[in-house]
Design a protein around this ligand. Structure first.
Ligand SMILES: Nc1ncnc2c1ncn2[C@@H]1O[C@H](COP(=O)(O)OP(=O)(O)OP(=O)(O)O)[C@@H](O)[C@H]1O
Length: 251
C-alpha cells in the first residue's frame, strides 16, 4: 500500500487553477521528487499534503489517514521544514531543538540529533550565525525531531555550494536508509537523477510524466532523441570539485 496517495487534487486561487487534477502515489521508503518549472504547483501540492493549505477538491491519504477526516493524525507522522522565521533569534541550536521537542511532546537528545546532521559543534550558535548549508541541515534536523515516517523537503539545496549539496544528499539518503520516506522538490535535474527513486514532472498544475529517472531518460532516447553536442566525460562541476575537494568548507 502506498504511504501517500493523491487523487484528482485541485487547488484554485480565485479564478486561477494552480493544481489541476494531480494524481500520484508515493511508496514507503522511497525518495520521490516533484520536478517542474517555477509556478508549476509543486509547493502548493506539498503544502496541501502537509495539511498546511486547504485544497479545492480531490483526495489525499497519508499513512492510511484521510486528509479531510484526520489531519491531526497526519501531522503526527510527517516532518515539515519550518521557515527560518520560525527559529527564535535568541535561542541557540540546542535550545531550539529542545523547544521543538517540547512542542511535539517527544523526548530527544539535542546533541545526538545535531551530530546526525554534522552540527554538533554549532550547538551553542544561533541560527543566523550558520552558513547556508548549515541552515539547511539544521532545518532538516528539525523535521526529524518527531521521528516522522515521511519528510517533505522543498528545494532543500537551493543556493548551496557543490560540497554542501553533496553533503545534504548524503544526509537525505541516510534518512531513507533508516526507513524514512522523502518527498522533495528541486529545480536541479542532476540532483533528481542522483537522489530520487521516482520523479513526477509537473507543468501547469498537471503531472506530465512519472517514472524512475532512468526510465524517463531511456524513453526519451528510445523516441529518437539525440544530444546536439557530444557530452564531455566531465563537466565544470567536476572541475570545481576536483580543485576544491569534496570536504565541507563551511565550518
Ligand atoms: N496564496 C496564493 N494566492 C494566489 N496564487 C498563488 C498563491 N500561492 C501560489 N500561487 C500561484 O500558484 C502557482 C503555483 O505556485 P507554487 O508555489 O505551488 O509553484 P511551484 O511549482 O512551487 O513554483 P516554484 O518552483 O517557483 O517554487 C503560481 O502561479 C503562484 O503564483
Amino acid at each position: 500500500m502506498p504511504i501517500i496517495s493523491v487523487r484528482d487534487l485541485v487547488k484554485k486561487y480565485g479564478d486561477f487553477t494552480a493544481v489541476n487534477g494531480l494524481s500520484f502515489d508515493v511508496e514507503q521508503g522511497e525518495i520521490f521528487g516533484l520536478l517542474g518549472p517555477n509556478g508549476a504547483g509543486k509547493t502548493t501540492t506539498l503544502e496541501i499534503i502537509e495539511t498546511l493549505r486547504p485544497k479545492t477538491s480531490g483526495s489525499v491519504i497519508v499513512d492510511g489517514k484521510d486528509l479531510d477526516q484526520q489531519p491531526n493524525e497526519i501531522k503526527k507522522v510527517i516532518g515539515v521544514q519550518l521557515q527560518a522565521s520560525g527559529f527564535y533569534p535568541n535561542l541557540n541550536l540546542k535550545e531550539l531543538i529542545e523547544l521543538f521537542a517540547g512542542l511535539y511532546n517527544v523526548q530527544t537528545d539535542p546533541l545526538e540529533l545535531l551530530r546526525s546532521v554534522n552540527l554538533e559543534e554549532k550547538a551553542k550558535n544561533k541560527f543566523k550565525q550558520l552558513s547556508g548549508g548549515q541552515k539547511q541541515r539544521f532545518s532538516i534536523a528539525t523535521t526529524i525531531i518527531n521521528k516522522p515516517k515521511i519528510i517533505f523537503l522543498d528545494e532543500p539545496t537551493t543556493g548551496l555550494d557543490p560540497q554542501a549539496r553533496r553533503n545534504l544528499w548524503d544526509l537525505i539518503r541516510q534518512l531513507r536508509q533508516e526507513g524514512t520516506t522523502v518527498v522533495i522538490t528541486t529545480h536541479y535535474m542532476d540532483e533528481a537523477e542522483e537522489l530520487c527513486d521516482r520523479v513526477a514532472i509537473v507543468d501547469s498544475g498537471k503531472i506530465i510524466s512519472l517514472n524512475t529517472p532512468d526510465n524517463l531518460i531511456d524513453n526519451l532516447i528510445a523516441s529518437g532523441f539525440q544530444r546536439k553536442k557530444k557530452v564531455k566525460e566531465a563537466n565544470l562541476e567536476d572541475v570545481f570539485l576536483d580543485l576544491t575537494g569534496k570536504e565541507l568548507r563551511e565550518a
